[in-house]
Write a protein that binds this ligand. Structure first.
Ligand SMILES: [Zn+2]
Length: 207
């Protein structure tokens, strides 16, 4: 199996699609069969592992670190029973990882055309990927370029990379956001990196 390093802020389902694409798997079932064989050969017991954890292990990541960097659990799982320490991606959080670990916060797939252009001009990789910060509810602009995001017009958008021609449509065709909206967007982008359980106070967020 060809290893595929997850990129900065890459959405887990986008990483899954890129892994399938690189390994020429035609369906999720084919990909996870390949992952299962690969992890089994490495001695992992994967029968009950959530997909999020399988992607972490096959990328040689600690599942908690992978969840913090690539899932949207921090903005999807926003409440927990008091006193229980169940970090995102931890073994005692399997139920949350299985249910929410591969989901963007909003439906559909989005990209920023300028981010894609910069990705393709980067001589270190020259491909694009789906970012978590482009899949937050209420954030219709790229926080870096302040331009409207584009929605990928496809039923299976994550099976391809954003730079492979899709039909695109501006999310809202709105002008550049107001400063207050930009600040809210930045807070949402920061929240998605929250590394622990919902019980952890927000002032302990880190970059
Ligand atoms: Zn951008």
């Amino acid at each position: 199996m060809i290893e595929v390093e997850p990129m900065l802020d890459e959405l887990s389902i986008g990483h899954e699609g890129r892994l399938a694409w690189v390994n020429n798997c035609q369906s999720p079932e084919e990909l996870y069969s390949l992952i299962s064989r690969t992890l089994g050969q490495q001695g992992h017991e994967i029968a009950t592992l959530p997909k999020l954890h399988q992607l972490a292990l096959v990328s040689k990541y600690d599942p908690k670190e992978y969840a913090r960097r690539h899932s949207m659990l921090a903005v999807r799982r926003v409440a927990a029973k008091c006193g229980l320490d169940m970090p995102h991606g931890a073994a005692n959080s399997y139920a949350f990882s299985k249910r929410l670990g591969m989901l963007p916060q909003r439906s559909g797939a989005y990209c920023c055309i300028k981010c894609v252009e910069e990705d393709l001009n980067n001589t270190n990789h020259a491909f694009s990927w789906y970012r978590r910060k482009h899949h937050l509810v209420g954030v219709d602009w790229c926080s870096i370029h302040s331009c409207a995001l584009s929605r990928i017009d496809s039923l299976v958008p994550f099976t391809k990379l954003p730079h492979i021609p899709f039909s695109l449509a501006d999310v809202a065709g709105k002008p550049a956001p107001l400063k207050s909206v930009r600040i809210q967007s930045q807070l949402a982008c920061r929240l998605v990196k929250h590394k622990s359980s919902p019980n952890q106070p927000l002032d302990s967020l880190d970059g």
